[in-house]
Design a protein around this ligand. Structure first.
Ligand SMILES: NC(=O)c1ccc[n+]([C@@H]2O[C@H](COP(=O)([O-])OP(=O)(O)OC[C@H]3O[C@@H](n4cnc5c(N)ncnc54)[C@H](OP(=O)(O)O)[C@@H]3O)[C@@H](O)[C@H]2O)c1
Length: 158
């Protein structure tokens, strides 16, 4: 099984503000869609509630100890390890945040698809510290615009 983190991070490492994405940049989320289509996507309850519904054309796994979201294309588990155990037969698991889910996934992840937003944002949720030296960058693409950003792929060094 491959574990892949997908995240968009500001220059000052912010990923969330007041329960929402801190920015709205047209086109920036296309990479998330392209990378996650048809796959199993794991996310924390607050991230799920912000999106408001299971992701179309994907299977959504919500981590929560307080609520249950069970639909034909969505289930709830009580911990990150329970999610891994339940879906270990899948070819790839996509980790979609928030902070605690990323923290637990970082030591295990094979890929980090990180979008760096080249601007500081204020916020209250940050991407955790991680060991960049354990990964090599295999893809970089900068997109210019009013708020420029760069898509990176980090692959764990074997
Ligand atoms: N920039 C990005 O790429 C990105 C990606 C995702 C999210 N975000 C942003 O990040 C913010 C949300 O992140 P967050 O860190 O505050 O919340 P979150 O991880 O989305 O949700 C937190 C909740 O999920 C459950 N949970 C998460 N990890 C768990 C674990 N290991 N074991 C048990 N329960 C767990 C708990 O739910 P219960 O309280 O129900 O038990 C916890 O209160 C929002 O602002 C969102 O927009 C940004």
């Amino acid at each position: 099984m491959t574990i892949s983190i997908i995240v968009a991070v500001s220059s000052n490492n912010v990923i969330g503000a007041g329960g929402k994405m801190p920015w709205k940049i047209p086109g920036e989320q296309k990479r998330f869609r392209d990378l996650s289509l048809g796959k199993t996507v794991i996310m924390g309850r607050k991230t799920f509630e912000e999106i408001g519904k299971p992701l179309p054309d994907r299977y959504t796994v919500v981590i929560s100890r307080t609520k249950k979201f069970n639909f034909s294309n969505c289930t709830t588990v009580s911990s990150f390890s329970a999610a891994l155990e339940k879906f270990k037969h899948k070819e790839e698991l996509i980790i979609a945040g928030g902070a605690r889910v990323y923290r637990e996934a970082l030591p295990l992840t094979d890929f980090i698809y990180l979008t760096r937003i080249h601007r500081d944002f204020s916020g209250d949720v940050y991407f955790p510290e991680w060991d960049e030296s354990a990964f090599k960058i295999t893809y970089t693409r900068r997109i210019n615009g009013p708020i420029p950003y760069t898509y990176y792929t980090y692959k764990r060094i074997e």
